[in-house]
Design a protein around this ligand. Sequence first.
Ligand SMILES: [Zn+2]
Length: 218
Amino acid sequence: MTPRRVTPTSKPSPRLTPEPLPKPKPTNKQTPPGFNAVISKVNSADVQYTYRAGCPVGPSQLRKITMTFRAYDGSVRRGELIVAASHVQAYTETFRAAFNAGFRINRMDNPNVWHGDDEAMMAADNTSAFNCRAVTGNASRVSPHSYGTAFDVNTRRNPYLAVNDVWYPSNSAIWIDRSKRDAGMVSSSSTITRQVIERGGIWGGTWVGPDYQHYEFR
Ligand SMILES: [Zn+2]
């Protein structure tokens, strides 16, 4: 059917004096906070359990991003990531885009909370970056997290199959099934994945031994 064009039969009468615009009513509802990130230097307390002498990257080569994130329940919270100073902009823009896309993050606490213990931190579903340590499940390899260029997202909902054929963390079994659609799960089409890849980084979710939680800037 061809839509009929409606021709106005009369012009609106011109107003000589414009009506004052109604003043916006004050409201008790708070505007939902947008993405906000504050970048600061890293001191020894920030890396108390994640850095020791001999680690490849020290506090002066790291930065702390204190930023807002959207929790699983949709509320906006604040967390922190310790990252390589050289990649602080890439991190900030990646998490800004993820926030604006509505991506959910369970928690973003300093790994010091778990004394830097990656297995305990993964079981707690934490999102983190810098942690000077060996690869979990492969003690002979230095983890890229030791450089602050790698980060892990929602570690329980995005588990990791190590070379020892063990899925980590141990409480993540139901999320090995990637056809699930729970908040905070990542895939190749997630904003966070696309952001990292656009910036020349990689996502561990496509590896033969998948590491769904793992991203790395190069
Ligand atoms: Zn990782």
